[in-house]
Every structure is written in structure tokens, then in C-alpha cells.
Design a protein around this ligand. Structure first.
Ligand code: FEO
Ligand code: CA
Ligand code: CA
Ligand code: CA
Length: 640
């Protein structure tokens, strides 16, 4: 999607792979050898992939798994009993409308512009009109991304859906390249953020329904800070600016205590400088490391909203107020969203929460930029004990960054003021959290190929999507290809039931390996990941599917993989120009929700989806981001 995901701001010189990686270690050698290592070190724990109610009661199932016989793609694909559906063929997985397996069906839910309450203002894609800011604040936003379904009492047909709205360009949202008023800026701001909608299946079809809990959270919604950086001078009001807003809400997480986590990714791009290009000459080290720039991603918010003007001293701290993981209670609209600073400030892709030894809450998090890092948070106490005392398990704990070693092991390095190296560079723990990237640089973390989603599988292993890195010039631990235009998936086995400081790693899937076949397995740029409680791994893609082979392309897609056999099978392919992202299920896993983000890149000549015109009508409706509801025709579990 964003060109800007591809920038490199890490100038730390942490390219440890260039120092320690053995040039003789071939990709295949790495895969085979590491697979053996990790099997020996196997630990199982609660996967963060169960229905909400199940998670809360299953917090001590650690150790249930036996050693894995994991082998990844290094062996030939075997028939998997987990995956038994007809694939979407490679050669039809392109065009202005989606394609789904013949064994499945899909429906469309909450496109951009849907009123979050029945009877409210609706926008249906008319290219000649756009929502006003007041309307957009009552409507589902654009840029559908991470999401989760919170069932009412385990219901498979009724609950709250929280959904991220990552981004929408000015031409797409406003119909022009730049805002010309504060009203324009507010339209854009209200199209970002999170929607909390109540959805229900009635007469076989899901729809949003009237709700006391439904709400929009956007760039102007009051929020609060908690954890080690709360109250820090770098987050303090500098004008009459109480903390407000969340932006570039990419992927997500969900907690055993029933809350939603939305992750702020490319927040830097919404800031700019009214000084113009000379601003760049005087940027601080931190501003450069976080990618702040005089014109950002050309949203132009700074022209009318001083909060986003990096050169306005009255709003000097706004830049520190984004880049966090934000907790939302889907069932209590009276609670402000809370920015959990113990999880650090970086370009948060998503967070996979699981339960570690002693009932600690553990979260695995990627920082999605070329040569940025993998992180882990471990709560200081048992999560249930914290909740009983009215505390958040996410407010107190240890934040680690990953260092991958060439021998298939790795170390978690703690970002703590007790480390003399960090104490020499930061004044307190809060400042370390605010500048987590800089602290991680100093610790010697391993630069990765754009860490996107993470997921914890039923056997306790953690999968990381490394989406691509065309600028990598040397292979290294965790990064088997240089350059790496198509991405790979890394499997990590953590120690001491997720709370230890060592891990092992292997590379089970390399996207480019699927290209020669041009079949049901072929994909590029893994991004969304979700492991179900049977052992399936769902892979969603965002990127250069068109690079596949000699101009033969696919749209972005949802695939189902079985890491135990290496099998991969395409379940769904999206709309031209889109990205497939976001994944949620009902407790019975017989309904899955995914998203198409920026279908047709907002161009009606490319697609009118979800209005069904095939071929696309250039004078027809603007294609709109929407949620796709997937069911199996035989009523089976999704992925089977
Ligand atoms: Fe928002 Fe890294 O994708
Ligand atoms: Ca995206
Ligand atoms: Ca993503
Ligand atoms: Ca991506």
C-alpha cells in the first residue's frame, strides 16, 4: 500500500547480520537446520486465537503441546486434513470483483460511509458528493484494516465488531489532492480511526443494528494515556490541547479481559510543517528516526489544524502522542480509549496477545518499516489479579526487542532505564517508551524485513509476517533473502512459556518459493496472519502480486496454510488495487470477517465494488472499503 511503509529511517547501523551471518549459509540450509532446532525447544501455551470466553477460562493450559514435527515448505506438500476446499485458481484471481472458493460464499458488510446506527447518514459512493465531517463522524470510516468480533455471551450471530480505519488518501476521501479548509481536514480525520458497530445475523444476513455501544473513535476523540510515560513532560499539554485522537489504525489485538487493541502505524505521515522544506534541516534525531518530514504523506492537515504542524511550538508534543497501542472497551462507550505506553512508541502494526507463565499477559508486536524490529511485552503480574485490582495488565511490565542470532536462536533485550546504556541516553523509563526505536537501536536489535502481523498458534509458536524489503543487501538471521521483494513468514518459539529472554526461530514460508507453480499456493507480500485453534494459519497479502511471473498477476488474497505440512491453498482473492487485511471470527469459526482495503484505489474505472459492475463502470460508484463475511456452503469451519 503506502509507499511510505518502505522508507528507511533506521540509521543505527544495527545491521548485525552483516557482521555475524555466515555467507555460506544458504537459504535452504537455514530452513532445514533451524527447523530441527526449534522442534527440540518446543513449548506450548494458550493460543491467543480462541473465542473471547474461552480465552478467559483457559489461561493455564501451558505445556499441553508435545514437540512439534514442524517442517515447513522444506518438504513436499502433503495432503492436509485441515484444508479441504477447492482453491480459487491462480488465473481467475484478478479483476474488479472478488473471487472465492467454490465451496464458500461471501457477503458484504459495513462499507465506508455506512451509518453506524440505522437511520443515520449514509454514503454510497456517489463520485459527485462526499460525506461532510459531521456525517463522516457518524459513519463507518475508510481504510478497513484490523478488527475483532466480540460476541454477546458467546453468540455466533450477535456482537460488537471493532474495526480499524487505517488510511484514506485525499483524492479518495475528499475528491481532491489537498484540503482547502478545516472542514476538509475534519472529513479526512473522521474517516480515520476505529468504528465500533453492533452487528447481528438476521434472516441469514449480517447487518449493523441499533446499539447503545456503537461509536466512532477518530482523530478528534478524547483519549488518555496510562503506563510509564503517562504524565511525562513530552506528552503534556502545551496549549489547550487535552489528548485527542488515534490515527493510521493498522492491525489490532484483543485481550483475554474482553477489550480491543488498535495499533497506530504510520502516524508520522499526518504531520507536516508550515515552515516548508527548511523544516527538514533542523529535525531532531528522534524526528528523523520516526520519519517526520515537512510534507508528511501530503495530507495537508497542518495547513488548517495546528495540532499537526510540527513547527507550531504550542503543539510540540502532539507528535509524541501517536504511535501507541490503544485499548478500547467495545461494550462501554463511556470509557475513553487508553494509550498504553508500556508497549512503546513505534510504528505499531499489530499485537498478538497470549498468556504466559504465571498468567502474565504477553504481546508480540511488529514495527513495520524496512530494517525495523520485533518487540515483546510481558506484564509484571497475573492478568486476572491485575483486573481484580482494577489495574490494566498492559500498564506495568517489561518491553523487549528481538535480537536474532545466526544459529537459529535469539535474545529478548529489555528496554529498561536500569540498563546503563539506556540510562546514559534517556532520563527515565517514560522517555524510553516514547523513543522506543532509539532505545532499541542502542541495544543492538536486529533489523527485519518490515514486521507486519503476528499470531500465536495453538502449539504456542509465534508467526511473524515479514512482508518484503527490496533494499536489503545482505541476508541475516531471520532475513533469508537479499533483496527480499516478496516476503516471508518467520516462526518463533519463545522460552519459559513466553516470558523468557531467549527464543528459537525458523523460516517456514518464503513467498517467492510459491511463484514458479502459479497455482493455488502462489502469493506475495504476506501481511495479515491469524492462527486458528486447529492449527491452520491464515495468510493475507498486501503488495506486488503483479510481480509474480511475467506479468501474470493476482489480486491480493486470503490463503489458508498448514504449517505442519507446508500446504497452502487460496480461499479468496480480492478486488483489483485492494489489499486483503483484517480477520475475525465468530466463536464457532463458521463465520469469518475479512476486509478489502482501498479496492480499485478509489477509482470507479478500476472497480465499483461493492456495487457489482463487471467490468467496472468509470462513471459508476466509487469503490469502497468493506468487510467481507465468509461462510462455508456446507456450514463448516472456515479454512476447512
Ligand atoms: Fe498498515 Fe504495515 O500495514
Ligand atoms: Ca494497509
Ligand atoms: Ca498491514
Ligand atoms: Ca502491508
Amino acid at each position: 500500500m503506502f509507499e511510505h511503509d518502505n522508507e528507511v529511517t533506521n540509521k543505527s547501523g544495527n545491521r548485525p547480520f552483516e557482521d555475524i551471518f555466515q555467507a555460506s549459509m544458504s537459504r535452504r540450509h537455514l530452513i532445514t537446520r533451524s527447523a530441527g532446532l526449534s522442534a527440540a525447544a518446543f513449548l506450548a501455551t494458550l493460543a491467543g486465537n480462541k473465542g473471547l470466553g474461552q480465552v478467559a477460562t483457559a489461561a493455564t493450559t501451558e505445556g499441553a503441546g508435545a514437540a512439534s514435527t514442524f517442517s515447513g515448505t522444506a518438504i513436499a506438500q502433503a495432503t492436509s486434513s485441515l484444508i479441504n476446499f477447492a482453491p480459487v485458481p491462480f488465473d481467475i484471481s484478478f479483476g474488479p470483483v472478488p473471487n472465492i472458493s467454490d465451496d464458500y460464499q461471501y457477503d458484504v458488510l459495513i462499507p465506508w460511509g455506512t451509518s453506524i446506527q440505522p437511520g443515520g447518514p449514509e454514503y454510497t459512493g456517489n463520485p459527485n458528493t462526499r460525506p461532510t465531517s459531521a456525517q463522516q463522524a457518524q459513519q463507518v470510516g475508510i481504510g478497513h484494516d484490523g478488527m475483532w468480533f466480540f460476541p454477546f455471551e458467546g453468540s455466533n450471530t450477535h456482537g460488537m465488531l471493532c474495526i480499524n480505519h487505517e488510511f484514506g488518501t485525499n483524492p479518495h476521501v475528499l475528491g481532491k489532492a489537498a484540503p482547502t479548509s478545516l472542514e476538509d481536514v475534519k472529513v479526512s480525520q473522521h474517516a480515520h480511526g476505529v468504528s465500533v458497530v453492533e452487528i447481528k445475523k438476521v434472516g441469514g444476513k449480517w447487518d449493523r443494528v441499533a446499539s447503545n455501544n456503537a461509536r466512532r473513535i477518530h482523530v478528534n476523540t478524547p483519549v488518555e494515556f496510562s503506563g510509564p510515560a503517562a504524565g511525562h513532560p513530552l506528552l503534556a499539554n502545551t496549549a489547550n490541547n487535552e489528548p485527542k485522537g488515534t490515527v493510521n489504525n493498522c492491525a489490532n489485538g484483543y485481550t483475554p479481559w474482553g477489550t480491543y487493541l488498535t495499533c497506530e502505524e504510520n502516524f508520522n505521515g499526518y504531520f507536516g510543517s508550515t515552515e516548508g522544506a527548511t523544516f527538514n534541516d533542523n529535525r531532531t534525531e528522534a524526528q528523523q528516526r520516526y520519519g517526520f518530514d515537512f510534507d508528511g504523506f501530503n495530507y495537508g492537515w497542518e495547513l488548517f489544524d495546528p495540532r499537526f504542524d510540527l513547527s507550531n511550538p504550542s503543539y510540540a508534543n502532539e507528535q509524541h502522542r501517536f504511535g501507541w497501542v490503544v485499548e478500547i472497551d467495545p461494550n462501554d462507550p463511556s470509557k475513553k480509549p487508553v494509550k498504553r505506553t508500556a508497549l512503546g512508541r513505534f510504528k505499531h502494526e499489530g499485537i498478538a496477545v497470549t498468556i504466559g507463565r504465571g498468567g502474565r499477559a504477553v504481546g508480540y508486536m511488529g514495527d513495520d518499516q524496512r530494517f525495523d524490529y520485533c518487540y515483546k511485552f510481558v506484564s509484571s503480574t497475573n492478568w486476572q489479579a491485575a483486573i481484580r485490582r482494577g489495574l490494566s495488565p498492559l500498564d506495568s511490565g517489561k518491553l523487549y526487542v528481538a535480537k536474532f542470532n545466526e544459529n537459529g536462536t535469539g535474545n529478548w533485550l529489555e528496554l529498561t532505564i536500569r540498563n546503563p546504556v539506556l540510562a546514559a541516553n534517556f532520563s527515565d523509563q517514560g522517555e524510553i517508551m516514547i523513543f522506543a526505536r532509539l532505545a532499541a537501536d542502542l541495544l543492538g536489535a536486529t533489523p527485519m524485513d518490515r514486521p507486519e502481523w503476528t499470531t500465536v498458534a495453538k502449539d504456542g509458536s509465534i508467526f511473524w509476517a515479514l512482508t518484503n524489503n527490496s533494499q536489503r543487501t545482505a541476508t541475516g538471521p531471520g532475513s533469508p533473502l537479499a533483496p527480499n521483494p516478496d516476503g516471508h513468514i518467520l516462526r518463533m518459539v519463545d522460552s519459559n512459556r513466553h516470558i523468557g529472554t531467549t527464543f528459537t526461530w525458523t523460516i517456514p514460508f518464503i513467498a517467492a518459493d510459491t511463484h514458479p507453480a502459479k497455482d493455488k499456493t502462489t502469493y506475495s507480500d504476506p501481511d495479515g496472519l491469524w492462527a486458528d485453534s486447529d492449527g491452520r494459519l491464515f495468510i493475507q497479502t498486501d503488495g506486488g502480486q503483479q510481480r509474480l511471473v511475467n506479468g501474470t498477476q493476482t489480486n491480493n488474497q486470503l490463503l489458508v496454510a498448514d504449517p505442519a505440512t507446508g500446504e497452502i491453498c487460496r480461499l479468496f482473492s480480492g478486488v483489483t488495487g485492494d489489499e486483503i487485511t483484517g480477520i475475525a471470527v465468530t466463536p464457532d469459526r463458521k463465520t469469518m470477517f475479512i476486509n478489502t482495503q482501498h479496492p480499485g484505489n478509489g477509482d470507479p474505472a478500476a472497480s465499483n465494488f461493492p456495487v457489482a459492475n463487471n467490468p467496472a463502470d468509470p462513471n459508476g460508484p466509487i469503490p469502497r472499503d468493506c468487510t467481507i463475511v465468509i461462510t462455508k456452503k456446507d456450514g463448516g469451519i472456515i479454512g476447512s
